[in-house]
Design a binder for this molecule. Structure first.
Ligand code: ADP
Ligand code: MG
Length: 729
């Protein structure tokens, strides 16, 4: 027996004829590729597949029993001759029937006989109101079909039959045959999980795991294999992340020590409110990390309104006090402008350094966005380069090459999920030799394991409480189908609030300024609400007596800024917009948030949107308008938003209903995902344990030179297409 290794090529192990279809149809080329093509499920011998549950148009593998075989003649018009069609009826235990149709293969009647049980694979179609597989591939499982084929004899004796994700070109049992062939030759494999770790967690070896996941004797074999393979996925991933962390520890950053009586202290002295305990704790952590000589890399998460900006501002001021500059990066112009305004307001004369009436040794806070006028832009650029501005607030415009900083000490990224890696790297690059400290803020709460897995190179801090005196937000679903009158009531409610001096948002899923470009692809449905149209309708109808303005992403930056400024100043009562206002917009006087076609938004997004109201002295009201029907899953999601104010819970729900791959941002190309068995949502314990172990492994041996199998697994994952999500943070 030749020893084969994980990276042995299948054409040398199986021969070209068997290996080729695996490569062509499933991109499986090595022993490891094949052994990691895990079964999708197991068919239990004797338990037939429920036929009623088969999905139309899906490739399926069905275990069923032949109950009837008929031969029918048909006339082939093209060939001008009579031919024969074999119709086989197979059934499951319920008696549900499936038609198998074979053209021009009369000899099949000798093989497919009533009473035979087999696996049948094909795509489910319909023929004369019956489910049908046309020309299915099949594999009979009766004793006398096996003959003296040793392979088949071995498989016949198994009770659990692995069913693989297959294609119509390459059916499940052909894959199984290749797997059998490989497993029979595998002796022992180099294991990325060391003996010690396996002992510690009671895990089986890699070769045992492959054996049991592909050829289990019973369910407990499968469980043991899953447990082991899941741990390995978590462990290899965490090893990569631990190495990233270690690498950043070696990078140098300029320490930014706090200065007694500096801007930071003076700013705190005049804050109109008490910092929450959480803000203080996180502030302490940041302060300490900024004073270190390697770059801080921290994710600050906190629900909408938890007061992240103040925390970031204190950190930025510490950097300014130490002679450095800070850049605050916002995802949109609206948000950048708003941050700029609110920082100026919070700092007062402390932000007027070198200006008439400014505090002595104050600093300057400059805005830099794409739409800034030439003069203001020149001022910002020059203040950035000279160091006259301690704080620069902006959009990606801050990343452009000609933006030079005198001494960039910290980068704060607000609402992280809108920023890519390259952008963060571009800004970090501006700090010269030393790396800037980095603080990433997000209001979309990220479950702990996701933070650990996806954002593994960031340490996380969380603000769990909202500042005292926060107003409650009442959320109600407005079901326009069951209760059409409620929509009128919604508009009336807005008018009442405006009468009381308050303001409202109405959010639509679509802009609607280019009807053709945005035509709803699923025709037949009512098109979704458009901000342009709805604003006109409201102005002409129910909101005729109040000041309604439109805001959307395709307006010019000046126009956007103008509307936003007037809304913030109270000169606009109702803002009809798209989700441009989703993140961070802070107008404390706004009390009503109406979301049209609410079912089209993600749960976290809805939570973000409603966080725009109830920020001042008055309770907030959020109305989720939908025509979805009661009891449907879509509607239940909206009910969940109405019921809970816990952003973490909603974010988790949101993730659960999405595909794991989407969570990780893995490519959708259909290639094998590096996380096949591990769910970042379900396997928290495994991930936490793997993280601790990986940390220890990497500390002891950063190059992994004593663990070649782990090193190889790490390399394989890093080289895979999916590895880029590791960099996403
Ligand atoms: P977010 O975490 O959503 O970015 P912000 O930082 O925008 O929250 O804070 C929301 C509002 O709460 C702001 O107006 C801010 O000035 C105010 N705020 C922040 N911290 C406190 C506090 N400790 N007490 C009272 N109000 C606070
Ligand atoms: Mg914010």
């Amino acid at each position: 027996m030749t020893t084969i290794a994980l990276d042995s090529r299948l054409d040398s192990v199986l021969g070209g004829r068997s290996a080729k279809p695996l490569a062509t149809h499933l991109d499986i080329r090595t022993v490891e590729d094949l052994l990691r093509h895990y079964p999708r499920r197991y068919a239990m011998r004797g338990e037939l597949t429920p036929i009623a549950e088969l999905q139309e148009d899906e490739p399926v593998t069905v275990m069923a029993k032949v109950v009837e075989v008929n031969t029918r003649d048909w006339f082939d018009k093209r060939q001008r001759r009579k031919r024969v069609r074999v119709e086989v009826i197979v059934a499951d235990d319920e008696g549900d029937r499936l038609l198998l149709t074979f053209f021009n293969q009369p000899r099949l009647t000798y093989v497919l006989k009533p009473g035979k049980v087999g696996l049948f694979a094909g795509k489910v179609g319909w023929f004369r109101r019956q489910r049908q597989l046309l020309h299915p591939d099949f594999d009979l499982l009766d004793e006398d079909d096996i003959g003296d084929d040793a392979d088949r004899m071995q498989r016949f004796n198994r009770r659990m039959i692995a069913v693989y994700a297959a294609t119509t070109k390459l059916v499940s049992w052909r894959i199984a045959r290749c797997v059998d062939h490989v497993l029979d030759q595998v002796d022992s494999l180099d294991d990325p999980v060391s003996d010690d770790l396996r002992d510690k967690h009671g895990l089986i070896t890699l070769s045992q795991a492959f054996e049991w996941i592909h050829r289990p004797r019973d369910q407990s074999d499968v469980e043991a294999a899953l447990q082991r393979l899941r741990f390995e996925e978590a462990y290899v991933l965490q090893t990569i992340l631990a190495r990233h962390r270690l690498a950043t520890e070696d990078l140098a950053a300029t320490p930014r020590e706090p200065v007694d009586g500096g801007l930071r202290d003076r700013f705190e002295g005049r804050l109109p409110f008490e910092l929450t305990a959480g803000q203080q704790d996180v502030g302490g952590v940041l302060s300490e990390e900024l004073a270190r000589s390697h770059p801080m890399h921290r994710l600050l998460q906190g629900d909408v309104g938890s007061g992240k900006t103040v925390v970031a501002l204190r950190a930025m001021l510490q950097v300014v006090d130490a002679g450095g500059q800070s850049a605050l990066l916002a995802p949109t112009e609206v948000l950048a402008a708003q941050h700029h305004r609110s920082i100026l307001a919070l700092l007062g004369d402390l932000a007027q350094g070198g200006m008439l009436g400014g505090a002595e040794d104050g600093t300057r806070v400059r805005l830099l966005t794409g739409s800034l006028g030439a003069a203001a832009r020149r001022e910002s650029l020059s203040d950035a380069a000279s160091g006259g501005a301690g704080i620069l607030v902006g959009t990606h415009a801050l990343l452009e090459e000609r933006v030079q900083f005198a001494d960039l000490g910290m980068v704060v990224v607000d609402e992280q999920h809108r920023f890519g890696v390259e952008q963060r790297a571009a800004l970090s690059g501006k700090a010269g030799e030393a790396r800037p400290h980095v603080l990433v803020m997000t209001a979309t709460p990220i479950p702990r394991t996701v933070a650990m897995t996806v954002f593994g190179d960031l340490e996380t801090s969380t603000l769990t409480e909202l500042p005292a005196g926060r107003q409650p937000i009442q959320t109600t679903v407005v079901p326009t189908r069951d209760r059409p009158a409620w929509l009128d009531r919604t508009w009336a409610r807005i008018v009442e609030e405006v009468r009381d001096g308050r303001q409202a948002y109405v959010v639509c899923p679509r802009i609607g300024d280019r009807p053709d470009a945005e035509a709803d692809p699923d025709s037949g449905r009512r098109p979704s609400y458009s901000a342009v149209e709805l604003s006109e309708e409201l102005r002409a109808g129910p909101l005729a007596d109040v000041r309604v303005e439109l805001l959307h992403g395709r307006m010019t930056p000046d126009a956007k800024d103008d509307v936003m400024t007037r809304f913030a100043a109270g000169d606009v009562d109702v803002l009809v917009s798209t989700t441009v206002i989703e993140v961070g917009v802070d107008v404390p006087n706004a009390t009503v948030m109406v979301v049209m076609d609410a079912e089209r938004f993600g749960l976290s997004q809805l939570h973000q949107l409603r966080g725009r109201v109830g920020r001042g002295d008055h309770p907030g009201l959020c109305l989720l308008v939908t025509d979805s029907e009661a009891g449907t899953p879509v509607r239940e999601r909206l009910d969940a938003v109405a019921k809970t104010s816990d952003g973490f819970a909603l974010s988790k729900l949101d993730l659960e209903t999405r595909h794991e791959g989407d969570v990780l941002g893995a490519s959708q190309s259909g290639r094998r995902s590096s996380l096949q068995l591990l769910s970042v949502l379900k396997h928290e314990k495994v991930i936490v344990a793997a993280r601790t172990d990986a940390e220890a492994t990497v500390r002891a041996d950063p190059e992994l030179s004593s663990q070649p199998a782990l090193a190889a697994a790490v390399r394989r994952l890093e080289e895979s297409d999916q590895a880029d999500y590791l960099e996403k943070a």
